[in-house]
Design a binder for this molecule. Sequence first.
Ligand code: KIV
Length: 366
Amino acid sequence: MYTQPENRSQAEKFTLATLAKMKAAGEKITCLTAYDASFAALLDNAGVDLVLVGDSLGNVIQGHATTVPVSMDDMVYHSRLVERGLKRAFFMVDMPFMSYPTPEIALSNAARLMQEGGAQMVKLEGSGHQAEIVQYLSENGVPVCAHLGLRPQNVHKLGGLKVQGRSKPAARKMLADALLLEKAGADIILLELIPRKLAAEITAKVKVPVIGIGAGANVDGQILVLYDMLDITPGRRPRFARNFMDGAGSPHAAVEAYVKADSVASLVTAGTVPASRPLAPATAIPFSAAVLRSSACQRTLTRLHSMPPPQRLYAAARTSHLAPQTPRCYVRCGYRRFLASGFALPWLVKCVMAAILHQNTVSTDS
Ligand code: KIV
């Protein structure tokens, strides 16, 4: 009666309880999307804790501009594929656009994802007014992840993919929605593209694990679209998604690097709240932790540090191959050292001077 349902190392299979324990212990939950069995197995073997079949498959697999055309049949099909590749990771599947307009329709579609697709949890793009649906699913034994913030299924209503929760009333409403959905039975909250302070506040106030994407580092776990972090997504890559293929050599190594990254801060860019345009061309490198950690930037910084101060200032100011990031990285390093040691004020001043010098040089040059 109480044996595990399948004979495949179920002892190691992640459950909601595992994720809750991770939150309680302050362990970061590593999540990625997958859409087929091979990648699912790769992620599972690399130690990804949670795998999502996202309706982002509409973009990255099917080539649509939005997730709106994705159907229930598409989600069930890809869930089946992914489920075959997973042994350990917790398995979550998206409910596609218009698959949860009422509690009853939501339940019958969630049942398909669990029974036919093997999902352990469904995710729906929710706000407070979905509380009734979440409650109905939860009362019927369906684990639910409530996706707040940017909800890409609303793209046509929003008029684009934009940062959410920027104004005070919008932030207050999102926090209230998160608490309401948790009360209704949501077992995980996912926050997409919101200010990091708001994400941190929500994470501190709800008891369930909070997974972020473009929501800063102070959440319980990070998720990225697999094809973004492997730099496969054609055209534009979200600016918060670091390219883990950079220097990795293979997709397996890239995913391992993602899993092994010692803190979520290194998974996302420091300026995780993009300005008005959340999507930037993959070639445009924003000033960020990712830039700071990039090998080119690190090499430049090492080179600068090995120079005597006057030459260092001049070189920092003249550095062009990472311009304008390098001097700003330089300032940032100085600031960090200053905070860490309390003795680096002269160094910080030099760094600021280098940046000013650089700005002048750039404007003179251009
Ligand atoms: O569809 C998806 O891949 C998602 C992630 C972006 C969280 O919802």
